[in-house]
Ligand binder design. Structure first.
Ligand code: BGC
Length: 746
């Protein structure tokens, strides 16, 4: 292939336009005349969905078998950056073997509401965690010479009306919450492409938003790759091209090509804008050629083992009264719940993979325990459509019989795929009613019941969590999840997952409640910055399980927290010790609390984390370097990131509600006090040393009621000084105020 700039000069206008949309569902358009090949893309994110034949974007048609790694709901809970990178590497290797140039992932949208049907495909309610894991994944995939598509850019936090809804969000919230993860991935890992989302943001389609696709993405963040549309996200192709959308996917039946050609011919679109997009696409095609030129093979057995290792780290042990878990292999156990036999291991929609093999927990448990495991299905998956009353009664009585006869029950519950999927949102957070009935009966028959959950997004537990001694949140764990779950139950692995999203007591406690999923094609992000734990913690609300929470079979202690201001930011170090008797991993979390910020901030925000493995009795010193960005806020009035000079608290702990150590540090930065001006209030004048001196002078040095009396200042403090002057009963006039301002300006 000749170089992209050379090719560009030889392309006709029509050929250039044709390169800007797909040839079919998964391929770009080739220009045979010039030897420009097509490249093929495929979903992502938790496994490869290569459709060799007819394509579809909802996982309806078949695809080649590929390793199904834990979906993002699981991977997010691993809090393991290195593992996310290994998943990316393996996925990239599978893509290379299938000659796929770009993997359509990762999805890093924020879990704004637990109801979002696609939460299983997203990593966290926190942009730092999503960004770090997303960046590692991208680095991993791209290390194979295969590209990624960071999606869905941006503010695609629901499925309801996802092609038309406008997310109404203020700029600070956009910057600090909804764009921050994307910014991080782009800075750390340079994905080859970014996929724009379907929705509108503040009225403008993401696919044709110049602010989003050019000003922010390219001019501010320095993104140099290509922007691809989500499948069918294009509204006005010419406006999209002008805004920075390079490639429309899938094919556009020639309509878009014709529109682009006409727009250039009539002068509506400058050809240079088209050229820019074409150049980026030629660069993308060129980038994939070295990988495509070689043969790649995949060790699917090794990838299955990796999927198992990853799944082990995704499970969050929420509760473990009296150290019930891990179980000894000679325990008499009953396994109840169809999900133990028929696992729910991935989500529905475009991310749906055909796995190379599939473990189930029941077989894996039986392979570990000495005695025969008794099993009862307990429910039929998607019961309402297939179960009558007598079947339900039979399932329940079998389950009760099995539960009563065993020492311990492993009860597998969760959400069937009819409860959550791409394409639509849930309207409640409960487990299916027949499963809740089963839980009641089983617990009555045998209180020693351990619940294992399979679900892509949080479910409410406050009605039943107290009734059981142990709960494992196993999310969706991919094709090797069954074996991973059994390993954890019997202590062959030590749980190390931590919640990447808060589990609230009730849906109504979620901050988006009332503003989700919106109406009249508009959804108001009324909670602003208070998303997830930022809301629950700031409002000090009781939750079922907080962000960052997760138990281990061992214990960890934190000591010797130090913080030190440096030229770059703040250096943090803390010592962590495994004080239990088993090897384990701890996720050390660093939060910043900023009560002296010039603008409102959530009580605490995650600014760093790391996962450390420690043998019993071992200690390690963990270090974090908080940089300028970690210390900054997006100032809504100044319209830029600022580091304010102030004292902050650095908190280190095992969850957002389990802060073990805290330290104050003085941060160097700007003073955000605005200079005195015509609108400045009495309070601002009094707080300003030069201003208050002038006031004192006006009051004859004695201070007088206005200048000196704190109570009066409080009472009248929010009056601009000029307005007080106009009352006529103050010892200064509006002319004095003008004169003072002129004096201060010099
Ligand atoms: C999804 C994308 C996916 C694409 C192709 C769309 O419906 O939103 O995430 O990559 O289809 O399957």
């Amino acid at each position: 292939m000749r170089t992209p700039p050379e090719l560009l000069t030889d392309l006709t206008l029509e050929e250039k336009a044709s390169l800007c949309s797909g040839a079919d569902f998964w391929r770009t358009t080739a220009v045979d005349r010039l030897g420009i090949p097509a490249i093929m893309v495929a979903d992502g994110p938790n496994g490869l969905r290569k459709q060799p034949e007819k394509g579809d974007h909802m996982g309806l048609g078949g695809s080649n078998p590929a390793t199904c790694f834990p979906p993002a709901a699981g991977l997010g809970s691993s809090w393991n950056v290195e593992l996310a990178q290994r998943v990316g590497m393996a996925l990239g290797a599978e893509a290379a073997a299938e000659k796929i140039a770009v993997v359509l992932g990762p999805g890093i949208n924020i879990k704004r509401s637990p109801l979002c049907g696609r939460n299983f495909e997203y990593l966290s309610e926190d942009p730092r965690l999503s960004g770090e894991l997303g960046a590692a994944y991208v680095t991993g995939v791209q290390s194979n010479g295969v590209g990624t598509s960071l999606k869905h850019f941006a503010v695609n936090n629901q499925e309801t009306e996802r092609l038309r809804v406008s997310a109404e969000v203020d700029e600070r919230t956009l910057r600090e919450i909804y764009l921050a993860g994307f910014e991080r991935v782009i800075a750390q890992a340079a994905p080859w492409t970014v996929m724009c989302s379907y929705n509108r943001i503040n009225g403008v389609y993401a696919s044709q938003d110049p602010w989003l696709l050019t000003e922010i993405l390219r001019d501010e963040w320095g993104f140099e790759g290509a922007v691809v549309s989500d499948w069918g996200a294009v509204n006005d192709r010419v406006a999209g091209l002008a805004a920075g959308l390079d490639l429309e996917m899938p094919a556009s039946d020639g309509t878009s090509d014709a529109a682009i050609v006409a727009a250039v011919q009539t002068g509506v679109l400058e050809e240079i804008v088209l050229d820019r997009a074409v150049l980026r696409l030629l660069e993308l095609i060129e980038r994939a050629q070295p990988m495509l030129a070689q043969l790649h093979t995949v060790d699917h057995g090794a990838h299955h083992e990796l999927a198992r290792a990853v799944a082990t780290e995704c499970v969050v042990l929420l509760k473990n009264d009296k150290g019930l878990l891990p179980l000894a292999p000679d325990t008499s156990v009953a396994v109840i719940g169809e999900f133990a036999r028929t696992p729910r291991y991935q989500g529905t929609g475009s991310a749906q993979v055909v796995p190379t093999q599939l473990d189930n927990a029941l077989d894996a448990i039986q392979a570990i325990v000495a005695n025969p495991v008794s099993f009862a299905a307990g429910y039929v998956i998607d019961a309402p459509t297939v179960t009558d009353a007598s079947t339900t009664a039979g399932l329940l009585s079998d389950a009760v019989a099995v539960a009563s006869a065993a020492d311990t029950v492993l009860l597998f519950l969760g959400l069937p795929s009819s409860y959550e999927s791409e394409g639509w949102d849930r309207d409640h957070m409960s487990l299916p009613p027949e499963q809740l009935d089963l839980l009641e009966e089983v617990v009555q028959a045998n209180p020693q019941t351990i619940v294992v959950l399979s679900n892509g997004s949080a479910v409410t537990m406050s009605d039943w969590a107290d009734k059981v001694p142990a709960i494992m949140e196993a999310w969706l764990l991919g094709q090797a999840g069954g074996a991973a779950t059994a390993d954890l139950i019997f202590g062959r692995a030590n749980p190390s997952g931590r919640l990447a999203e808060t589990i609230p007591l009730r849906l109504e406690d979620n901050p988006s409640f009332g503003n989700f999923p919106g109406d009249n094609l508009s959804v108001r992000y009324g909670e602003g910055l208070l998303v997830g734990y930022r809301h629950y913690d700031t409002r000090r609300m009781e939750v079922s399980y907080p962000f960052g929470h997760g138990l281990s079979y061992t214990t960890f202690e934190y000591a010797a927290l130090t913080t030190k201001a440096t030229d770059e930011g703040v250096a943090v170090s803390v010592e962590v010790t495994n004080t239990g008797s088993l090897a384990g991993q701890e996720v050390v979390q660093v939060y910043l609390s900023d009560p002296h910020a010039a603008v409102f901030r959530p009580l605490q925000e995650l600014v760093g984390f790391t996962k450390v493995a420690l043998d019993p009795g071992a200690s390690t010193v963990v270090e974090f370097a908080l940089n300028q960005r970690d210390l900054s806020i997006f100032h809504p009035t100044l319209g830029r990131w600022v580091v304010q000079q102030r004292a902050i608290y650095v908190e280190v702990g095992a969850s957002s509600r389990d802060i073990r150590l805290r330290s104050t540090v003085q941060v160097a930065g700007e003073s955000l006090t605005l200079p005195l001006g015509p609108d400045s209030t009495l309070e601002e004048w009094s707080a300003d040393p030069a201003g208050s001196a002038l006031l004192q002078e006006a009051f004859g040095g004695g201070g007088g009621a206005l200048a000196g009396d704190a109570e009066i200042v409080k009472l009248l403090g929010n009056f601009p000084l000029v307005r007080l002057a106009r009352f006529g009963n103050t010892p200064f006039t509006t002319a004095d105020v003008d004169r003072w301002l002129a004096q201060l300006a010099n």
